[in-house]
Ligand binder design. Structure first.
Ligand SMILES: *[C@@H]1O[C@H](CO)[C@@H](O)[C@H](O)[C@H]1NC(C)=O
Ligand SMILES: *[C@@H]1O[C@H](CO)[C@@H](O)[C@H](O)[C@H]1NC(C)=O
Ligand SMILES: *[C@@H]1O[C@H](CO)[C@@H](O)[C@H](O)[C@H]1NC(C)=O
Length: 613
């Protein structure tokens, strides 16, 4: 007892002393932090803090001594590729900068086909917003240097496809007090990438110590960039079924994709867990499938999202996973007298019926299923930009589920399919063929071109010894989600199938957060290399959302997705080390644009590129 009292007194005494000391040191009125660090270029890439804080008078970016008062500005200027992410094919950048203000920035759209003008106007508006974001939306240091951006587009085509030419040339020159920027491209999407690179030549110029009340912008005074992607398909998969992801979060994710020149938003919108996509022809999907009345993507919102994506050079690919990964949203058939549209929905024990709860798999024995699918496909054809690219799902069909349904096994018996692996494979392939035919018919009904390729996940059906029997290589692009060590990607490529690579042990952003899966940091993601072959369209990086919702989306995705983006755009031979300073710059850029990108290193390391490797 006595001992405890003494201890309590001692603790109180220490506490009192600490309070007193803190009071003396942390008097806010007496602590005004003025001298600031300056930053200088490293020999190779990146920037480092000076040895000593600089006195206030010198703390303005000093072009003659190549000292910058802000690490982001330093990284924008220093190194072979400055602050550009992904790195361009070639770039020559001046080490001088010029102060600019958005009020004196204008775009000249004289040399562009009339069909592209509206889209270009929207693209330039996004560009200006991104430039102002460097100063938190308010550029307070006024200068009157004119900046004129001349845009040249040759083609009047505004459809975004695998054949779209995304190449651009960017030229910046400062003469007689005017900054002249020229962006030339075959297509509007090439120009868009050029505009994105243009924003990346600009950085806020403000000392570290200041509050945000003084903020000016500087642009690299001269630049020549020639650039085009190595891979046509640079995708990001977002699952909005395991958790509903609000539209504003999806749009912000697209902002990050646009910043890193990714061009495919693969929307895994439904799964067995929920069906948030509104269908005007089949309102039951969301009525039975949405988590709540507010967790629905309305037809109008989807239209707006597709437009939002287009302005950012992104093609939206909607995936309706089938026949597996379908449950909630499909469980109303009996209530309407249509029989079961899906079987095993939410059934237990789940381990016998599916890979992950809740279970559910479409019922290929029920003819009404195909009527319902047709209506859903019609709605999707209606919103997708043409030529439409659709993802038919097709992964992880669990035969135990179909085998548990009397309905399905009788149907198979009638067809002469045995209830062994090959029999179920035939049933699955039959479903797939019918579903593709419905899709084609609905495209034709909309007056769109049919026989377009569709995407499908790799599966038992796409094994090298089986695929030719079931899937036509002119119609199916196979998205291979095998581990990096799997031979499937190369096998399918050699069989003449077009493939998209998504190595699950490297480019799955959810790995490391559940089960035995292993987390990949950005360096590991960066080091994955795809085969260079005309049949390899590109790759995707995936955010499955079992353990992700709006709260953590940004930090889980960014900046790691950017590592895949640079791999797909530039496929550099240099490793992650040479890229780190630019990735730090990208991270700051994403944060300025409202994305909560995760930290890459301790703050001291952020101020000393290449010192923590
Ligand atoms: C800029 O750097 C040069 C060379 O170090 C120095 O002589 C000059 O005083 C500096 N100017 C400013 C404004 O700090
Ligand atoms: C921008 O900054 C100026 C000067 O600090 C301030 O007067 C103005 O209200 C700010 N505008 C916005 C939109 O924040
Ligand atoms: C389906 O069920 C039957 C009878 O219960 C069984 O013999 C057969 O092996 C099962 N098939 C599969 C592929 O599991």
């Amino acid at each position: 007892m006595a001992g405890n009292s003494w201890m309590l007194l001692a603790v109180l005494a220490i506490h009192l002393v600490q309070c007193k000391v803190e009071k003396v040191i942390e008097d806010p009125a007496s602590v005004v932090y003025k001298p600031s660090w300056m930053y200088k270029c490293m020999v190779n890439e990146g920037c480092q803090r000076t040895e000593h804080p600089q006195p206030l008078g010198n703390a303005e970016t000093n072009a003659t001594s190549h000292l910058y008062q802000n690490v982001n500005l330093c990284r924008t200027v220093c190194g072979r590729f400055g602050g550009l992410w992904p790195r361009p094919v070639s770039a020559t950048l001046s080490t001088q900068t010029v102060k600019i203000h958005p009020q004196y920035l204008r775009y000249d759209l004289v040399d562009v086909p009339v069909e592209t003008r509206e889209l270009l106007a929207q693209m330039t508006q996004v560009t200006s917003e991104n430039i102002m974001a460097e100063c938190g939306g308010n550029v307070t240091e006024l200068v009157t240097t004119p900046v004129v951006v001349y845009l040249t587009v040759k083609s009047d085509v505004i459809a975004l496809t695998w054949d779209t030419n995304e190449e651009y040339f960017l030229d910046v020159q400062t003469k007689d007090g005017t900054v002249v920027v020229k962006i030339m491209a075959e297509t509007v999407y090439g120009v868009r990438h050029g505009l994105e690179s243009f924003t990346q030549l600009i950085s806020a110029d403000k000392p570290d110590y200041s509050d945000s009340s003084i903020c000016g912008l500087r642009i690299v005074s001269g630049a020549k960039i020639r650039d085009r992607p190595v891979y046509k398909h640079r995708g990001f998969v977002l699952d909005t079924s395991r958790h509903f992801i609000p539209m504003k979060d999806i749009k912000r994710t697209m902002d990050g994709m646009a910043a890193t020149k990714m061009n495919v938003f693969h929307w895994h919108v439904t799964d067995s867990h929920s069906f948030p996509l509104e269908s005007s022809r089949v309102p039951q999907f969301t009525r039975y499938g949405a988590y709540s009345a507010s967790e629905i993507y309305t037809v109008e919102e989807v239209r707006q999202l597709i437009k939002y994506a287009q302005i950012r050079g992104i093609r939206v690919v909607i995936e309706i996973d089938a026949p597996a990964h379908s449950g909630n949203g499909w469980q109303w058939g009996k209530d309407y007298g249509f029989g079961d549209l899906a079987v095993c929905v939410n059934s237990e024990p789940w381990r016998r019926l599916c890979i992950q709860p809740p279970c559910g798999q479409l019922n290929p024995a029920n003819p009404v299923l195909y009527r319902v699918l047709r209506s859903l496909y019609r709605d999707i054809v209606g919103v997708l930009p043409k030529p439409a690219l659709f993802h038919m799902g097709g992964d992880e069909v669990f035969f135990g589920c179909w085998n548990s349904s009397q309905d399905i096994t009788s149907y198979m018996a009638n067809k002469g399919f045995e209830t062994n692996t090959e029999g179920f494979m035939r049933l699955w392939a039959e479903f797939q063929a019918k579903a593709l035919q419905l899709w084609d018919e609905e495209l034709v009904a909309e007056g769109a071109e049919a026989n377009q390729p569709v995407m499908i996940w790799s599966s038992e059906l796409t094994q090298a010894h089986r695929i030719k029997k079931y899937l036509n290589k002119d119609r199916y692009v196979i998205e291979v989600w095998e581990p990096e060590s799997s031979p499937l990607l190369n096998q399918l490529m050699r069989l003449g199938y077009r493939v998209v690579s998504i190595p699950k042990d490297v480019w799955y952003l959810d790995h490391g957060f559940w089960g035995q899966t292993k987390y990949s940091n950005w360096r590991r993601m960066y080091s994955y290399m795809l085969p260079r072959d005309p049949n390899v369209l590109g790759g995707e990086i995936a955010m499955w959302t079992e353990y992700v919702d709006t709260e953590v989306l940004d930090t889980r995705v960014w900046p790691r997705a950017a590592a895949a983006a640079e791999r797909l755009w530039a496929d550099p031979s240099a490793g992650a080390q040479a890229a780190e300073a630019r990735l730090q710059r990208l991270r700051a850029r994403l944060r300025a644009r409202g994305l909560r990108a995760d930290a890459l290193a301790p703050a001291w390391c952020e101020q000393h590129d290449a010192r923590c490797i």
